[in-house]
Design a protein around this ligand. Structure first.
Ligand code: GLN
Length: 483
């Protein structure tokens, strides 16, 4: 049963082949047996899951239908969950039980999804390897000595290891697409504003966006459908109609114009990944797509701009964790300053402290114009590059990451080398565009992803292209040995 996709589960439940309660029990037992190897969950909510599964079975017995009704999922541990620990993988929030559900959590629960628990992640979503978690590193099921990517590494590892069919993630600079690529999953970052950020603990508010991680594009369509939509409680949520994401999966790719940016094949890209990306291009050409070389001339500035803007916003967002209102408080503070200082020094891990320091510096008087303002100008140039490109092409295609998953610990002494791994994903966040990563082959037994980018609100186009590709390839069906 653990091999089933969301689409297959929906059919199995509708045909009464099994109940949601049976499926939920099977997966919880599988998690108990296998997750000690992976560390992909921070909190399991068995009782809540069984309660939700029984309620879903009752709704089906009453004639209700729905692709998510009774489907097991899990949430990255930065979505607030009522009465359940919401830690953001930080000591700071180790004791924090959210007083309400995030909109994404509430919407999926209303659709009948069964939440098995909260998945591990990089602390406050800062990282590309899931090594900065207070609860320990997550292992990649394809090779337990390697990272699963981050920051949504727990969601990715759990889905890749068939502990559950799909999970939520968030993507500020690649945290859905990059772990998807490194674990052989399909992951989608929607257009900024498509999914509500209400109840999602903020990292960099102008970049953060929630989305699905699953094994297939078809399943990403199902999960995204349950997540997307206008939310008056999030002022950056956009009041756009949400299309039926599953309706156009079978649209023809005849004449689809795919732009391949020269800058995506620069120095630093593993040539074996470049070859797999070119193979995927040939596959899409066979399906009728037309390839056009394009240029995104300002891409080289994306990493420096991102690593000013994201820490700047983080330093502001994380100022709320002061030992007074939420989370960790130091013992016996001498005075208020001591309370702030020690609570934050004890509660935040080293990567989070580094980002707060960088961000506060970039925003400080005298440096604001030189760093933050310049970075915002670069952001606009990058957006303009995409707008120019999308005048000529329907989709942009390239690698998701320059390298396959690295060994746990390999980049610990050099944070910048980890930042460089985000080179292909962060441009979509800076521009607010939707992006998807899909499995495209293996290097040394480790999965490789191809990234597709589309104009604003064209998530349906990304899912259509990925689904057609998956009908003609079988990379996404491979599962890691031992899982
Ligand atoms: N790796 C990037 C960072 O560390 C992106 C993380 C994310 O998307 N949450 O900031």
């Amino acid at each position: 049963m653990h091999q089933l996709t969301l689409a297959e589960i929906a059919r199995g439940l509708a045909d009464k082949k099994f109940s949601s309660e049976e499926l939920t029990k099977t997966l919880l037992a599988r998690i108990a047996q296998l997750d000690p190897q992976l560390n992909s969950f921070i909190t399991l909510t068995e009782d809540l899951a069984l309660e939700q599964a029984r309620a879903a079975d009752a709704r089906r017995a009453n004639g209700e239908t729905g692709a998510l009704l009774g489907a097991p999922i899990a949430h990255k541990d930065l979505f607030c969950t009522l009465g359940v620990r919401t830690s953001c993988a930080s000591k700071m929030l180790d004791n924090f039980k959210a007083p309400y559900d995030a909109t994404v959590v509430a919407k999926l629960a209303a659709a009948g999804a069964v939440s098995l628990g909260k998945t591990n992640m990089d602390e406050f979503a800062m990282g590309s390897a899931n090594e900065s978690s207070y609860y320990g590193a997550v292992k990649n099921p394809w090779n337990l000595e390697h990272v699963p990517g981050g920051s949504s590494g727990g969601s990715a590892a759990a889905v890749a290891a068939r502990l559950l069919p799909a999970a939520t993630g968030t993507d500020t600079g690649g945290s859905i697409r990059q772990p998807a690529a490194l674990t052989n999953l399909t992951g989608l970052k929607p257009t900024y504003g498509r999914v509500s950020r209400w109840g999602m603990i903020a990292y960099a508010s102008s970049l953060d966006q929630a989305g699905p991680l699953a094994r297939t594009a078809e399943d990403c369509a199902i999960l995204l459908q349950g997540m997307a939509g206008f939310d008056p409680q999030d002022s950056t949520s956009i009041d756009e109609p949400v299309p039926d994401f599953s309706a156009n999966l079978n649209g023809s790719l005849q004449g689809l114009r795919i732009g391949v940016p020269a800058e995506f094949f620069s120095e630093g890209l593993d040539p074996r990944i470049a070859e797999l990306v070119h193979n995927s291009v040939k596959e899409l050409e066979k399906l009728g797509a037309v390839i056009k070389p394009i240029s995104l001339p300002n891409m080289q500035h994306a990493i420096p701009a991102y690593y000013v803007i994201a820490p700047a916003e983080a330093s502001s967002n994380l100022s709320r964790f002061d030992g007074v209102r939420f989370g960790h408080r130091c013992e016996n503070p001498k005075d208020l300053t001591d309370l702030y200082k020690r609570s934050r020094a004890e509660g935040f891990g080293p990567e989070v402290q580094r980002r707060i320091l960088v961000g506060a510096y970039a925003l400080s008087a005298g440096y604001y114009d030189a760093y933050y303002l310049q970075a915002q100008k670069i952001r606009r140039l990058i957006k303009n590059d995409f707008m120019t490109a999308f005048n000529e092409v329907d989709i942009i295609l390239g690698p998701t990451t320059p390298n396959p998953a690295w060994k746990i610990g390999a980049k610990n002494s050099d944070p910048v080398s980890a930042y460089l791994e985000d080179v292909y994903t962060i441009t979509a966040n800076l521009a607010g565009l939707p992006g998807l990563s899909m499995p495209a082959g293996f290097v040394d037994g480790l999965p490789v992803g191809v990234q597709l980018l589309a104009p604003y609100f064209q998530e349906g186009r990304l899912l259509n292209v990925a689904h057609q590709y998956q009908l003609h390839t079988d990379w996404h069906t491979r599962s890691p040995a031992g899982f």
